[in-house]
Design a protein. Sequence first.
Length: 307
Amino acid sequence: MIQPEISTDNSTTNTTILRVDGHYDKLKNTKEFRHFYSHESNHLEIASAIVKIITKKQIKLISYDVFDTALLRECKSEARRFWDISQNFSYAASEKYKSKKSKKVSFNTEDAFLARIAAAKASYSISETKNFNREGTLESIARITCDLLGCIELTPLYISTEINYETNSLSPNLLLKTIKDLAPNIQSVFISDMYLESDKIKKLLIGKLGVPANTVVYSSADGFGRKQKKQLFPHVVKDLNQNAQEILHIGDSLISDYQMPRANGLNAFYLPMPKYEKQGRQDCYNSMCDNLLEQNINLRKLLNFNF
């Protein structure tokens, strides 16, 4: 990808990428990156470049970012995912109470969607500060969402609805299998900045990638800091009792998955999200904003665009 030998000109604070490999452009310009990664002929060049680094740097362990690296999302914005999950939850709640005369669901998809947004903000605000970091969790988001909707007893149903949605919508990145075939003795762990706790992420990885049950997963939702803030990587290195220079981190964020691990002494390999994918998710968000504005809901004031 980029083998980003990155230098900074102190006079202008501009970051310059000194070297770009050919396969970086192929990925950056691909129109369907799930299709790109699903064919070994497309990603073999990337895997080979990674194996060269493993050999040159004497890497003993690879840490993978999870979402849009190990597991590939659909071309939807975060807002659209929240809407779809809200729709699924509303239906599941209605089905659960269909046969109970004493209890009826009094909310719809829109209500659940707005409650989900409010709950996420609340979860991050009230979460305990650990390692100079506040991070929401799915457990608290689900509980607050259901409380706002007047059905706190459905918290487990909300959690299972969101996990089922993720399970059905995520695609495995077959690049990881190719790397494993080329470097079978290299162990792997997974690291994510995400409100999903590590046990829930592990279930997704087992189901989608077939990783072993003892695979180690780290999530910012567990309270040890974030990749983006340079807090989580030191915890990972210490917890694994591993030399940082013997770890290669791979991910799709230039800051969280390249600059931050390098700042903590790890090696890093950047897998950029294609520009068409970025634009598709931006278009999805913009379309939702326009549609909801017709219902007097200003989404841009409630939820910023997020991949």
